[in-house]
Design a protein around this ligand. Sequence first.
Ligand code: NYM
Length: 224
Amino acid sequence: TAAKPASRGAFIVLEGVDRCGKTTQASLLIKHLVGLGLAAVAMRFPDRTTMVGDLINQYLQSKSELDDRAVHLLFSANRWEAAPALRKTLIDDGANIICDRYAHSGVAFSSSKPSLEDNLDWCRACDVGLPAPDAIIFLDIAQEEAEQRGGYGGERYEKKEMQQRVRKRFSQLQEMDEKDGRIPWFIVNAAQTIEEVQIEINEIVEKTVEKVQSEEQPVGLLWK
Ligand code: NYM
């Protein structure tokens, strides 16, 4: 059996509206951490490679229609099905996870739909108890700036009005987390150059990794 690692890995989540540069930054961050000799694993949600993920993918590409609550539960199930592997990576392998979107995207997008806008608590409920991030890095960008980046793709939700509502929801979720005091948010101005954004993110992540290693806290339970 493999030796138990000295400490667990940090669970870092990158969040933001579509076109904020999350995916680019996530892969740069992995390279940076590996360069520092730290184990780093990339994850992303939705994970379209699973059976649940395939249903989500068909929905996002408008190849299927689903009730808003049904698809919300699929996004949540897509996280729950990954949770055991996520814990194993953090705890047994002692590797850091860099995750492109997680539960906050789930709540922000679903609760921006007219049918769910008064149901924030319902939207949060199915993600309660998932492995909690040690830090949320929110890549903040103005709507106009995001739109200038080559425009949106053709997937569901990639519309101006929806994106504006999502951005507001993220702020609301940030406030709720800050009141609760367990999951720290770091807001990075994503309108800067790729290099400038990268420098800020690297610093936040290095500090978070150090904190997780020195405090020896177990992986938290989201919103519980
Ligand atoms: N999305 C993502 C949700 O609506 N709920 C979720 O739980 C998650 C994780 O899926 N517009 C939305 C946000 C995006 C879309 O994500 C696809 P990506 O990162 O473009 O593959």
